[in-house]
Ligand binder design. Structure first.
Ligand code: E4P
Length: 228
C-alpha cells in the first residue's frame, strides 16, 4: 500500500500537539529558521517534540556545519540526544553529499534538503538519502514550477529503481499540495495553516450545521444518538 505521508513543518509544541491529536501525521520537520523562531533552548525543544510525538514518528532535524566532518559530528550528537526515528537533514552542497554517503554507512536516516532541481534530488538519492525535500513554493517564487520539479524527481526515482521518497516542502497553498499528491509525491511537509486548509470547506461546515439543526428540531437540543 502506498500512503501519502503528512508532516508538520514547525517546532511549535502547541501546533504539534493539535495536529497530532487531530490528523494522520507521520512526523515533524524542522529547519534552523523554524527552530530559531521559537527562540528557546533548541535541544530542550527537540526533546519536547520527541516526547509529544513519541519515538516511532519521524523527526527531521537539520545540521548547520558546512563541512562533511562537521555534519557527521552533529548527526551523531543529535542521534545520541534525541533518538527515536530521527532524520538528519542535510543541504545538497558538495560537502552535504559527502556527508550523506558517510552517514548512510553509519546507518543513519537522511533527508536531503534545500532542493531546487531534480538533479540535486537524484544525486542525493544516489548518495543514500531516504527523503529528498524539494522546496515547491520557493521554486514557484523564482519563476520556476515547483510541482514540475517534484514530478521530475518522482519519475527519476522510479526510473532508476531508487527507494528514496519525495518529501515536498515549502508550501504556501492547498493547490500546491494537491498537485504534488497528484503527481505521485510520497510525502508533504506543511505548516499548521496549510494542514488545516487541506480539510476546511465552508460547505462542509454548513452541511454539518444543517444536519444538527434538522435533528434537534425533532429530537431536542443537545440530543445525540446515544442519549435519546
Ligand atoms: C522544510 O524542509 C523546509 O525547510 C521548509 O518547508 C521551507 O519552507 P519555507 O519556504 O516556507 O520557508
Amino acid at each position: 500500500m502506498i500512503n501519502l505521508l503528512y508532516y508538520l513543518d514547525t517546532a511549535s509544541i502547541d501546533q504539534i500537539k493539535r495536529a497530532f491529536d487531530l490528523y494522520p501525521m507521520s512526523g515533524v520537520t524542522t529547519n534552523p529558521t523554524i527552530i530559531a523562531r521559537e527562540n528557546t533552548n533548541f535541544l530542550g525543544l527537540l526533546k519536547e517534540i520527541r516526547e509529544v510525538i513519541g519515538t516511532e514518528k519521524d523527526l527531521h532535524v537539520q545540521v548547520l556545519s558546512s563541512t562533511a566532518e562537521g555534519m557527521l559530528e552533529e548527526a551523531r550528537y543529535l542521534h545520541e540526544q534525541i533518538g527515536g526515528e530521527l532524520y538528519i537533514k542535510i543541504p545538497v552542497t558538495p560537502q552535504g553529499i559527502k556527508a550523506m554517503k558517510l552517514l548512510k554507512k553509519e546507518g543513519m536516516n537522511i533527508t536531503a534538503t534545500a532542493i531546487y532541481t531534480a538533479d540535486q534530488a537524484l544525486m542525493s538519492a544516489m548518495a543514500g538519502a531516504d527523503f529528498v525535500a524539494p522546496y515547491v513554493n520557493r521554486i514557484d517564487n523564482i519563476s520556476g514550477n515547483g510541482v514540475d520539479v517534484v514530478s521530475q524527481i518522482v519519475t527519476l526515482l522510479h526510473n532508476y529503481g531508487l527507494d528514496t521518497m519525495v518529501l515536498a516542502a515549502s508550501f504556501k497553498n492547498i493547490q500546491q499540495v494537491h498537485d504534488v499528491a497528484l503527481c505521485g509525491g510520497q510525502s508533504v511537509t506543511v505548516n499548521a495553516e496549510v494542514m488545516d486548509g487541506l480539510l476546511s470547506h465552508p460547505l462542509t461546515d454548513s452541511s454539518v450545521t444543517q444536519f444538527i439543526n434538522d435533528w434537534e428540531n425533532v429530537y431536542g437540543k443537545g440530543k445525540i444518538t446515544n442519549n435519546l
